[in-house]
Design a protein around this ligand. Structure first.
Ligand code: ZN
Length: 354
């Protein structure tokens, strides 16, 4: 039986090729990108998968072909056998798209990640504009210190890695760290922004997200060193703000969860997206063991306008149902984008001194 790769489909459908040396790249999403230069669909040639973080469409080689041609997924193999069947043609397609192999580290355990990330954050500071931004969302000075938000390092990323190593911290298998051409460890140089620790129920740091300055799209990104020498990819970890309680609010994004918790005192769990449910199931199972029985979903009001997101939300509710949780939805004034904005405007702004 023929084995097909993403590179075959990309050639066959005439989709854009990756920039030189890259195996993961973005092209316009056929489902949700309506603006001329928008590119949300990620294609990963090394892993033979695609995914749009905006609308949530994802899949493998056959699903990509199906998405563009309308051929049902279970018929794609036959169609490809017909179109690409001879090995000569497949070889040709492969030659056009040489996929370089990059050695990445598998992710290390959470205790090690937590220790390294804590040490990293302790070397960094929070810039005044970032502090003002967080205060403006309703976090207090004390909240900000407790949460450990910092400004991304813009220089000295090699020196930082060196210092962490000299303190005895592990860097291999920790998303964000990789080796440069001289084989020295480096922390990724990212666009300036706020580093947000993403924590588990015990407060341990799973990974870091960045809220990037001055961007409108994909504002929040994981700190990751995927596709770098000895790098490591971040996973879509959920984030718990507040102690485990019987009732939990479920929302999107760790910063939003931290703000809702700080403003309301509710326990809030952030999922990376309603289409990223893999890690959520195991997290919810752990929380259920500790007494969680009921979940209130509180996603932004503009979150359900897209069909793929709607499907994701339905899968989320199906998951909650299947796991035996009671669940309901927080509804608020739609003039406010998120529950955090609503609480801030209506309940707490006057009470809370900055
Ligand atoms: Zn999309």
């Amino acid at each position: 039986m023929e084995i097909y790769h993403m590179s075959d489909i990309v050639s066959l459908l005439g989709l854009p090729y990756p920039p030189q040396g890259r195996t993961s790249y973005y092209i316009p999403c056929p489902c949700c990108d309506d603006k001329p230069r928008a590119k949300h669909l990620n294609i990963n040639l090394q892993k033979d998968v695609f995914r749009c973080p905006r609308c949530g469409v994802y899949g493998g080689v056959f699903a990509l072909y199906s998405l563009y041609t309308g051929v049902p997924v279970d018929k794609v193999r036959d169609v490809l056998n017909e179109r690409l069947g001879t090995s000569v043609q497949t070889e040709k397609a492969k030659q056009k798209l040489e996929v370089p192999a990059i050695q990445e580290y598998p992710i290390t355990d959470i205790d090690t990640r937590h220790a390294t990330y804590e040490a990293l954050l302790s070397l960094l500071t929070l810039a005044p504009d970032h502090r003002d931004n967080l205060l403006g969302r309703g976090l207090s000075q004390r909240d900000i210190d407790r949460l450990g938000y910092k400004t991304t390092p813009v220089v000295g990323t090699t020196a930082i890695a060196k210092q962490l190593q000299s303190q005895g911290h592990y860097l291999a298998g920790i998303p964000g760290f990789y080796r440069n051409e001289s084989d020295n460890w480096v922390f990724v140089h990212e666009r300036r922004g706020i580093l947000i620790p993403v924590r588990n129920k015990d407060g341990l740091i799973q990974g870091l997200q960045i809220r990037r300055d001055n961007v409108n799209r994909r504002k929040f990104r994981w700190v990751s060193s995927a596709e770098r020498k000895d790098g490591c990819k971040a996973e879509g970890w959920p984030h718990l703000a507040g102690p485990v309680r019987s009732v939990l609010v479920l929302t999107e994004g760790p910063m939003k969860a931290d703000v809702i918790h700080a403003l309301s005192g509710l326990a809030v769990l952030a999922v990376p997206g309603v289409n990223a449910l893999t890690q959520l199931r195991s997290t919810l199972a752990e929380l259920r063991d500790e007494g969680l029985t009921e979940i209130k979903t509180a996603f932004d009001m503009d979150f359900f306008t897209n069909c793929h997101v709607q499907n994701g939300y339905n899968s989320l509710l199906a998951l909650l149902d299947e796991m035996g949780f009671q669940y309901g939805t927080y509804v608020w004034d739609p003039r406010y984008k998120g529950l955090d904005d609503y609480i801030w405007e209506h309940c707490l702004q006057r009470k809370r001194p900055k």
